[in-house]
Design a protein around this ligand. Structure first.
Ligand code: HEC
Length: 304
């Protein structure tokens, strides 16, 4: 009995704690729903979007965010943005371009990447920098968390390898955040180094200007606390900043959608294989169910 009461009490307090955490989190605007090529049970990645998305990541996001779970070779694996079935003209027959380590596009991306790889120690015991190879992990911008924070107003730019899985409404959220920066509402104060975004979770009741607060420090009657929050990332994208060679629009929305599709692939590179296996399994089960029903009818048809 005593135990039952204890359990009931701890369940109640946990719910209360969850409620409080929710309330402290503040409200953000509902995410924009983008029409994703990879959505739905049969959805696949759009390879052109993946290539453009990597371009956006490499040009812009990689200055602050790593994708530490990805190696360059992953970009050339089956289903990856730069996978090749055969070699482009001019490459000797002996090369197997479907092998990510020999894929010439992947090799060039690794060799020209904006960060080199730390290797070593050499014969003198020193670490050294060298150009990346397809087998290397994609290097992150900062050597450790402290330097990352120092460079970003004490905020930590998260690794983006799994970000589309780590956030509620994953891809729609990342897309909305990147394409959704707005001017801060006039009722709030934004400290230097922070930026307003209606899709970021925060509690802006603490940021209302003094004239909108009553004597207890709460919002005056009729004053709404704006949706959204303040984050240390300034709007990273702007129209026309990256040149696309395939004629796609060079807009913030397009860049945001492409980089999100790339990050979705990064988080689940085997999604296509998983979906097609699921589909084949369903077809198999459907046929099996039909056969079982037919044999059931056949076996029992004489038994009355
Ligand atoms: C100049 C550095 C910088 C650049 C460039 C940059 N970011 Fe960020 N980003 C940050 C920082 C710092 C944070 C942490 C913000 C905070 O918690 O206040 C962040 C946070 C994020 C978050 C997490 C938001 C959340 O819900 O916690 C995502 C997603 C993100 N960035 C994606 C991107 C993408 C995609 C790009 C490229 C288009 C990009 N960032 C470019 C610095 C940067």
């Amino acid at each position: 009995m005593k135990h039952a009461r204890l359990i009931a009490l701890s369940v109640c307090t946990s719910f209360a704690a969850i409620g409080a955490a929710d309330a402290a989190g503040g409200e953000a605007k509902d995410v924009k729903h983008h029409h994703w090529h990879f959505a739905g049970p049969l959805g696949t990645f759009d390879n052109d979007a993946l290539q453009r998305g990597f371009q956006v990541y490499e040009t812009v996001c990689s200055s602050c965010h790593g994708v530490e779970l990805l190696s360059f070779r992953n970009l050339g694996q089956k289903g990856g943005p730069f996978h090749l079935d055969g070699c482009p003209a001019g490459i000797p027959d002996s090369v197997d371009c479907s092998n990510p380590n020999e894929n010439p596009v992947v090799k060039a991306i690794a060799a020209n990447y904006k960060f080199q790889v730390t290797d070593g120690p050499d014969e003198y015991g020193e670490m050294f920098q060298r150009a990346a190879l397809p087998s290397d992990r994609i290097p992150s911008p900062y050597p450790n968390e402290q330097i990352a924070r120092l460079a970003n107003n004490n905020a930590l730019p998260p690794d983006l390898s799994l970000i589309t899985k780590a956030r509620h409404h994953g891809p729609d959220y990342v897309y909305s955040l990147l394409a959704g920066y707005e001017d801060a509402p006039s009722t709030i104060e934004v400290s230097p180094g922070l930026n307003y975004n209606p899709y970021f979770h925060g509690d802006l009741s603490q940021n209302l200007k003094p004239e909108y607060l009553d004597e207890h420090g709460h919002a005056r009657e009729g004053v709404d606390v704006p949706l959204g929050g303040l984050l240390a990332m300034a709007p990273p994208l702007s129209d026309g900043m990256i040149e696309y060679t395939d004629g796609s629009p060079q807009t913030v929305e397009q860049y945001a959608a492409d980089v999100t599709e790339f990050l979705m692939w990064a988080a689940e590179p085997k999604m296509e294989a998983r979906k097609s296996l699921g589909f084949v399994t369903l077809v198999y089960l459907f046929i099996l169910a039909g056969l079982l029903y037919w044999s059931y009818r056949k076996i029992w048809s004489d038994a009355h």
